[in-house]
Design a protein around this ligand. Structure first.
Ligand code: GLA
Length: 385
């Protein structure tokens, strides 16, 4: 089933009193990866692809969950919602539990999910599922929970119920995004600046490496721990409330505080990446596409060498992009270890770019890449025909 068929089927069934339809987008991060959980800066935007959710109120005391994509239905009685199952339903049930703590009186629901974000592409299909659930229940039951609280409770569900210590970027941008705007989010203050995305003859193009290495969650949690260690070391010299507050190009002095070469490079990534986000936001605002692209390459190198969350497939894609006419910049985007690269490509060069990427990626890795244009126009909303 495709998006059109899903909408055609479920729009008909939506009546506004006990059946509803919602959408929440996925996201692509333009700059600033692995900085959100340090309280630093990020620059993501919502995309037009995302998760659709059909909700029907049920008299039975159960949650009936369907994933159209997986062709699976799982029924969970209301009094068995407190334990994770270790599958896709955890994203939803974690959110329902958090909503319960905010005053939602649990009741029977049918929840039918359909997503058109490619799976494992690093475009936040899971955060999109969390936020669409939180937004839907908040709207239907008139809970008056703010967008910020919806983002935070979705993140908490992922941290505590799913068990990934993710930062706030994905849920925040999905809850707040408006079409054709990136958000520069201050992940400590939990505030943002809207940055219009106008690329003057360029396009953002995603290339899916079509690999997702199994270690992503464990390495993610390991990086979170490493940065906590770095913070403790620095706090031995002076009080730093959160690592994301450390900015600046010239950070030799920070290098001197942290002796361990591995921890030193982790810190270097965070400080440089945070600094890049601020520059990148200004450049995007001023429509300075080429220097923005240069920062993308710098960011990729930092994620690959200092933070070590890239992989040979993503590095290969970035290398091919950098050798292709009309490409201003390329970087991995999101958590890493597979998923997509983000590329900034001249509109007239997109077709050649696609050809070259497909051919050379195949030649170098034996794998097939998928290339698609990103339309940055996602917004979380109720669909009311
Ligand atoms: C995942 C997490 C985010 C963020 C990125 C890396 O998408 O969910 O919180 O840390 O990785 O930037």
């Amino acid at each position: 089933m495709g998006t059109e068929q899903f909408l055609a089927k479920y729009k008909k069934q939506t009546n506004g009193s006990d059946r509803f339809l919602f959408f929440a987008p996925g996201r692509v991060n333009l700059m600033g990866d692995h900085t959100d959980y340090t309280g630093g800066y990020v620059l993501p935007a919502a995309i037009s692809k995302g998760t659709y959710l059909f909700v029907r109120l049920l008299p039975e005391n159960e949650i009936r969950l369907t994933s159209v994509n997986l062709g699976e239905q799982i029924i969970i009685p209301l009094d068995e919602l407190s334990k994770p199952k270790g599958n896709w339903t955890d994203y939803t049930v974690g959110v329902l539990n958090e909503l319960g703590k905010k005053g939602w009186k649990k009741q029977g629901l049918e929840l039918v999910y359909f997503g058109d974000i490619p799976m494992n592409a690093g475009l936040s299909s899971s955060a999109s599922m969390e936020v669409v659930t939180a937004f839907a229940i908040n709207t239907i039951f008139k809970l008056s929970i703010s967008s910020k609280e919806l983002a935070l409770l979705s993140q908490k569900a992922e941290n505590d119920f799913v068990g990934v210590n993710c930062g706030i970027m994905d849920q925040y941008v999905i809850a707040f995004a408006k079409p054709h705007q990136a958000l520069m989010i201050d992940c400590h203050a939990l505030s943002h600046r809207e940055i219009p995305v106008q690329l003057k003859g360029y396009q953002f193009v995603a290339v899916n490496s079509n690999v997702k290495h199994a270690l992503v969650n464990s390495v993610y949690n390991q990086r979170v721990t490493e940065l906590q260690q770095v913070k403790e070391i620095i706090n031995g010299f002076f009080e730093v409330p959160y690592l994301g507050s450390l900015l600046g190009e010239d950070n030799d002095w920070l290098d001197k505080l942290v002796e361990d070469p591995l921890l030193k490079s982790r810190l270097r990534h965070v400080v440089n990446e945070n600094t890049r986000v601020q520059l990148a936001a200004d450049l995007l605002e001023q429509q300075k596409v080429v220097p923005f692209g240069k920062l993308m390459y710098d960011s990729h190198d930092s994620l690959a060498f200092d933070f070590e969350v890239s992989c040979k497939e993503l590095d290969t894609l970035v290398k091919i992009a950098s050798q292709t006419e009309g490409v201003a910049g390329a970087r991995m985007t999101g958590a890493g270890f597979g998923g997509c690269t983000l590329n900034l490509v001249k509109t007239e060069a997109v077709a050649d770019f696609q050809k070259k990427i497909m051919q050379n990626y195949q030649k170098e890795t034996g794998l097939e890449a998928s290339v698609f244009l990103l339309s940055l126009k996602g917004e979380t909303r109720e669909i009311t025909n």
